[in-house]
Design a binder for this molecule. Structure first.
Ligand code: DX5
Ligand code: ZN
Length: 217
């Protein structure tokens, strides 16, 4: 097991004090900042968009890992790259032309991720696994922070790890939703590389310490 990449989800931060929250992450052992974009169509919730992402980027000294829970992501990836995204993840379920979407993200100079809803089988990514930098396995149904972790995720991580190693690929596995101190180690043992954590980090008394604990779980 290697040291995990920790990506706190800014969705759970205090938006009235976004600069302070980003500076807290700058001073922590967080590796990336996970930025959740929700359009109210692909998912039943609206979060925030391009200007807020840009404001986060202006204060951040860590890469922005932008998770697009939106329909027609091809219309917006360029704007998110301009707003500071370094990694852009689109949903398999929102992309009938997924290969094209991946190429578009890479042509912009970003790393490309594909997210899978809890019901979506990891085998569906076999034919693009060489082309993508990261797979985000949703361990809750996308749309809200603070939900309960879905246990079937472990099986998906193990299956995906096998697909990646069979292909000789270097694709990272990210887990998003309900991640905490109790499931982090098992996720890493199953093959996860990146842990997203929102409410577990921001609702804790000492988020900097909580991030350190996840890093060394
Ligand atoms: C869910 C989002 C997640 C969420 C994670 O739709 O994609 O990134 O912010 O939050 P927690 O860790 O609270 O489940
Ligand atoms: Zn997310």
């Amino acid at each position: 097991m290697t040291t995990p990449i920790i990506a706190p989800s800014i969705l759970a931060a205090d938006f009235a004090n976004i600069q302070r929250e980003v500076e807290m992450l700058n001073n922590s052992e967080a590796d990336w900042i996970h930025v959740d974009i929700m359009d109210g169509i692909f998912v039943p919730n609206i979060s925030f968009g391009i200007p807020v992402t840009q404001a986060i980027h202006e204060h951040a000294n860590k890469p922005l890992d932008v998770h697009l829970m939106i329909e027609k992501p091809e219309n917006y990836v360029q704007a998110f790259k301009k707003a500071g995204a370094e990694i852009i993840t689109v949903h398999y379920e929102a992309c009938p032309h997924l290969h094209r979407n991946i190429q578009q993200i890479k042509d912009l100079g970003c790393k490309a991720g594909v997210a899978l809803n809890p019901h979506t089988n990891v085998q569906l990514l076999e034919d693009v696994i060489q082309d993508i930098d990261m797979v985000c396995i949703m361990s809750v149904n996308p749309g809200f922070g603070g939900q309960k972790f879905i246990e079937n995720t472990y099986k998906k991580v193990r299956q995906l790890k096998e697909i990646i190693s069979d292909a000789g690929a270097t694709t990272l596995i990210e887990i998003d939703g309900g991640v905490n101190q109790d499931n982090a180690k098992d996720l890493l043992d199953a093959g996860a590389d990146v842990l997203v954590a929102g409410s577990f980090v921001f609702s804790s008394e000492d988020p900097i310490n909580t991030i350190s604990k996840l890093k060394t779980v």
